[in-house]
Design a binder for this molecule. Structure first.
Ligand code: 5RP
Length: 218
């Protein structure tokens, strides 16, 4: 199956995790775009969505799905999002689309995180995909120097401003053998908003399109 066909298939499989009359947490990216299109087929059976990016908000609204502010809701049943890398422990790297901070916030509110990927995203160890780090603009050079001390090669993502008005450093060549420790260490640097390791709150379920089937990891 072509990669886009896999993304579509896994996105459609995620609909089984959406309960009627609930507000759905919705991530960001090309796999999630297929999910939003699939969610539109059951839009009359859900209350609406909370979105992790301006791009997903726009797509949800274009389908007539009501988008709520996160501060308006006290809980979410599920959060459905893609990933750039995922391990067998359901730890992820996210943020290829620069939406990592809002993704982490919405995921924190949800009872379950359903990660939807194709098999190109499965890895034994996180770190081949450059780790996105969202940084307050004035701290960019300081944080870059600290990331070098941690063994990484940070590259400023030119021309990208996040939905929160910040910049992204993509950190190459990190072997993330202890994701929880690395996630906390980077988040503790002054000026870091958050980094794209999702291990302290990983996925609860990974749905992975592989060949012609959808595999479920719990
Ligand atoms: C955006 C993300 C995405 O989930 C991640 O980049 C995967 O995207 P895609 O489904 O397009 O491969 O974290 O910030």
């Amino acid at each position: 199956m072509h990669q886009d066909a896999k993304k579509k298939a896994v996105a459609e499989a995620a609909l089984t995790y959406v309960k009627p009359d609930t507000i759905v947490g919705v991530g960001t990216g090309s796999t999630v775009n297929f999910f939003i299109d699939a969610l539109a087929t059951m839009k009359d059976r859900i209350t609406g969505a909370v979105s992790s990016s301006e791009a997903s908000t726009e797509r949800l609204k274009s389908h007539g799905i009501e988008v709520f502010e996160l501060n308006e809701v006290d809980r979410l049943d599920v959060y459905i999002d893609g990933a750039d890398e995922v391990t067998e422990h359901k730890h992820m790297i996210k943020g290829g689309g620069a939406a990592l901070t809002r993704e982490k916030i919405v995921a924190a509110v949800a009872d379950s995180f359903i990660c939807i990927v194709d098999d190109t995203k499965q890895v034994p160890v996180l770190g081949k995909f450059p780790l996105p780090v969202e940084v307050i603009p004035m701290a960019r050079s300081y944080v870059a120097r600290e990331l070098v001390k941690l063994g990484g090669d940070p590259v400023y993502r030119q021309g990208v401003i996040t939905d929160n008005g910040n910049v992204i450093l993509d950190v190459h060549n990190l072997d993330i053998l202890n994701p929880r420790e690395m996630e906390a260490t980077i988040n503790n640097l002054a000026g870091v908003v958050t980094n794209g390791i999702f291990s302290l709150r990983g996925a609860d379920v990974v749905l992975c399109a592989s060949g012609n089937e959808i595999k479920t990891f719990t």
